[in-house]
Write a protein that binds this ligand. Structure first.
Ligand code: ADP
Length: 437
């Protein structure tokens, strides 16, 4: 059964239940009101007659049997009992037979009450007699029957209206849900790349669900597109050296090269193999960083890190101005030392690679950020430059993985990476412990 039908049935059941409850409470209330009215009516009706009898007839014994007759009426029956509880006279309500009347004690025990369809009231007449008045509650039955008939009729009409009107309203409410169902079915058949999820039209919970679903599908598309491009770039990066290696090995096996020439070709082959090895190592590192492998965590001083980097990249000083600015008051840093060093090493290598000879390369610390600055060729696209395999300057050797690795390391350590760069003027890479440098 569809959600729409279930909800419609639920509303109708809820409506019928509340109507039934309302009817029940109304019936009880009406009965209570009418019975109270009956007591009052009997009291007002019987008092003057009883008083008249007591005043008018000194010898009440002789007239007592006619008292019941005088008291009885269309809706009222009267029963007179003596002090022993014996029935002296009984006149049932007009055209009505009271069958199976219980023993008078039942009435005498309580001063007033309800017996079957009668409300009763007992009244003393002198010392000896008691009159029991029975008020026929037929009018209550009539009101009850009419109320039930009215409720059943209106409940049926309203239920039909609910069943006609509610499903389209629920359908409208559930529109985002049925839309998401059909979109999910399309995604499972055609794949997320082929499907465009529409913007939510409402701000309510279902609208928010559609928005979240759209964001999720868009993110999924991004990831799939990234994976496709990544695979294409890897294939391309490996295919070029492999084709070269295969071609050269074929020529060697055919005896095409000999002597000195063969040595040169073999050296070039080794270079290509080394390139492939570097590429695979970088890819493996990137994969490891993007997986959930935890990094090690320790505290260290910035000056120690700077000293090791200066020593390892001493060679930069041969062609460039390489300045490492040590802190006069050393700062403690927390994180994975080796990975942070690797990220800074990548940035220094890039600075060296993309800064013309004689240019300035600086490594320093400022306001919770470690900064690698150069006066090199600068960067055009400051966003895409962190994508794997994106390369702006293809004159230099490289795979376009260095900055992707730096970004992955920063993310893994909870650091913010920020780039300021101007074409032809230089670049500044920030690795910061806070949001903005
Ligand atoms: P690779 O250097 O192997 O190409 P990277 O991911 O390290 O890969 O860098 C991506 C691109 O960003 C480079 O191709 C280069 O165009 C640009 N780039 C990176 N660092 C610098 C820099 N310091 N100055 C100028 N361009 C840079």
């Amino acid at each position: 059964m569809s959600l729409n039908k279930k909800l419609s049935l639920f509303f109708v059941s809820l409506y019928l239940l509340s109507i039934a409850l309302f009817t029940l409470v109304s019936l009880v209330a009406i009965r209570h009101v009418l019975i109270s009215y009956a007591y009052g009516y009997m009291e007002r009706y019987a008092n003057p007659i009883v008083e008249f009898y007591l005043e008018a007839y000194k010898d009440i014994d002789k007239r007592i049997s006619s008292l019941a007759e005088d008291l009885a009426g269309e809706d009222i029956g009267a029963l007179v009992v003596d002090s022993k509880g014996e029935i002296v006279s009984f006149v049932p309500p007009f055209r009505e037979e009271v069958v199976n009347l219980p023993k008078p004690e039942v009435f005498l025990k309580e001063k007033k009450g309800v017996y079957k369809n009668y409300a009763f009231l007992t009244k003393k007449v002198g010392e000896k007699y008691t009159v029991i008045l029975l008020f026929r509650l037929k009018s209550i039955q009539k009101v009850q029957d009419e109320l039930i008939r009215f409720v059943v009729l209106t409940a049926s009409i309203v239920s039909i209206f609910i069943l006609i009107l509610v499903p389209p309203i629920i359908k409208r409410f559930l529109e985002p849900l049925s839309y998401l169902t059909s979109i999910s079915q399309r995604i499972s058949k055609e794949g997320p790349l082929e499907v465009e999820v529409a913007e939510a039209k409402t701000e309510d919970e279902l609208g928010q669900l559609q928005k979240a679903y759209k964001d999720m599908v868009d993110r999924l598309k991004e990831v799939i597109t990234w994976q496709i491009n990544f695979m294409r770039d890897i294939t391309h990066a490996l295919n070029t050296p492999l084709t070269y290696i295969k071609g050269q090995i074929e020529l060697i096996s055919e005896g095409f090269y000999s002597g000195e020439e063969l040595k040169v070709v073999l050296q070039k082959l080794l270079q290509q193999i080394n390139r492939m090895e570097t590429l695979i190592k970088k890819l493996m590192l990137l994969m490891r960083l993007q997986s959930h492998v935890p990094l090690s965590h320790r505290t260290f001083y910035i000056n120690q890190l700077f000293a090791e980097l200066e020593e390892e990249y001493e060679f930069i000083k041969e062609s460039h101005v390489f300045r490492v600015e040590y802190l006069s008051e050393d700062v403690l840093w927390e994180g994975d030392y080796d990975y942070l060093k690797l990220a800074l090493a990548n940035l220094l290598e890039n600075a060296y690679k993309y800064t013309p000879k004689g240019g300035l390369i600086k490594l320093y610390y400022k306001d919770d950020c470690i900064i690698v600055e150069d006066s090199g060729i600068g960067i055009e696209d400051k966003e895409r430059v962190f994508e794997a395999f994106y390369r702006e300057n293809k004159e230099k050797e490289g795979f376009g993985l260095g900055l992707a690795i730096v970004k992955a390391i920063a993310q893994k350590q909870g650091l913010n990476i920020h780039l300021e760069s101007e074409k032809g003027k230089g670049s500044k890479f920030y690795l910061c412990r806070r949001l903005t440098p």
